[in-house]
Design a protein around this ligand. Structure first.
Ligand SMILES: Nc1ncnc2c1ncn2[C@@H]1O[C@H](COP(=O)(O)OP(=O)(O)OP(=O)(O)O)[C@@H](O)[C@H]1O
Ligand SMILES: [Mg+2]
Length: 348
């Protein structure tokens, strides 16, 4: 669908080049919701301007639907651009036009459909985004969430294959964010439109994305299925974004690990495993006890998860961990507990 191959982008600033994107490889697959997450300055907006073909990369190649866009300028860019609908953080609506007129505008500009056809199409889109009662209102009469629904309907007007959302929920409160994300997921599912979501919020990714790439200082530092990246972050930039979403409360800290009574494991229960009482059963069977150092529960799209950091004492820790792993739990050893610490101290 969209393939970025070894993309770099630099901007000349005061006589030298600033590298905004550094050798990015990304493959966005037809029909998925792909998240691109990064903190401020990571290069997200730069990436948006390359994906929507407003700017050319300094190096590398972007393909849309198999067609290379390298060196393509002017009129031949119109077709691939029409394939990409844009949704903006600040909605970018025309204040002097009604909801219906805002949505009709790109269709009038394209000049392909008749007036009656445009009217019919606008009616469908308004129903699709749930604004039936607001067609004749002006943007100033709408809430933020309603404005974004207009933005989404307008982006869908020319029947794009891809919806590129640049911080589409960043100006909205949490509840409105949920409802707009739900609408995007519906559009993806029911219309088969591929969605690229650019955001700085891990919760947005967790709620709707299938896969995610983490952008940090112009590089893709980690990417994969959302459950893998979110539950087992490897890069410190990812960890920072996960912690931010947890408001820093749920994670284990060095002090807890040092004071743990026994070896410390992070246990991840995903999907069906999150519902079963397997931890207690394994503890009883192998005669161990556990203290909980940290934990978080939630869901990734519709899949529930629980992640517990526990210190295990007594009995057969090895047996209990093996039993949990056999039941589909992912166990990561974080520390050896007091034994390891004592051994390290003895070794100087
Ligand atoms: N037109 C430009 N000219 C010069 N430097 C630029 C330009 N656009 C982006 N940059 C630089 O590239 C880097 C990435 O910027 P970008 O706007 O893509 O980040 P971002 O991830 O969108 O950040 P934010 O979350 O704050 O919007 C920054 O260091 C920025 O200063
Ligand atoms: Mg930006």
């Amino acid at each position: 669908m969209i393939n970025l191959k070894n993309i770099s982008k630099s901007y000349p600033v005061g006589g030298r080049d600033v590298l905004a994107l550094d050798r990015i490889d990304l493959d966005i697959v037809k029909g998925e919701i792909f998240g691109i997450i990064g903190s401020s300055g990571a290069g997200k907006s730069t990436l948006v301007r390359l994906i929507n073909l407003l700017e050319q990369p300094t190096a590398g190649e972007i393909r849309v639907d198999g067609r290379s866009t390298r060196g393509v300028t002017g009129a031949p860019l119109r077709a691939p651009r029409r394939d990409i609908g844009m949704v903006f953080q600040h909605f970018n609506l025309l204040n002097a036009k009604t909801v219906a007129q805002n949505i009709a505008f790109p269709l009038q500009l394209a000049g392909v459909l008749s007036r009656a056809e445009i009217e019919a199409r606008v009616g469908e889109l308004i129903a699709r985004v749930g604004l039936g009662a607001h067609a004749q209102k002006y943007p100033r009469q709408l809430s933020g969430g309603q404005k974004q629904r207009v933005g989404i309907a307008r982006a869908l007007a020319s029947k794009p294959q891809i919806l590129l959302c640049d911080e589409a929920t960043s100006a909205l409160d949490p509840e409105t964010t949920q409802s707009v994300l739900k609408l995007l997921a519906e559009i993806n599912r029911e219309l088969g439109i591929t969605i690229v979501l650019i955001t700085h919020e891990m919760d947005v990714v967790r709620e709707v994305c299938d896969r995610v790439a983490v952008l940090d200082q112009g590089r893709v530092v980690e990417w994969g299925k959302v459950a893998d990246v979110f539950l087992h972050p490897r890069h410190k930039a990812t960890l920072r974004l996960v912690r931010e979403a947890e408001h820093g409360e749920a994670g284990e800290n060095a002090r807890d690990l040092a004071h743990a009574p026994g070896p410390v494991y992070r246990l991840t229960f995903l999907g069906e495993a999150a519902h079963r009482p397997i931890l207690g059963a394994a503890a009883r069977e192998f005669g161990i006890d556990y203290s909980i150092l940290a934990g978080r529960i939630g869901h990734i799209r519709l899949t529930p998860f629980a992640q517990l950091t526990v210190s295990l004492v007594g009995g057969s820790v090895f047996g209990a961990i093996s039993r949990l792993e056999a039941a589909g739990v992912v166990a990561e050893k974080l520390s050896d507990g007091p034994v390891g610490i004592a051994a390290r101290a003895a070794n100087g």
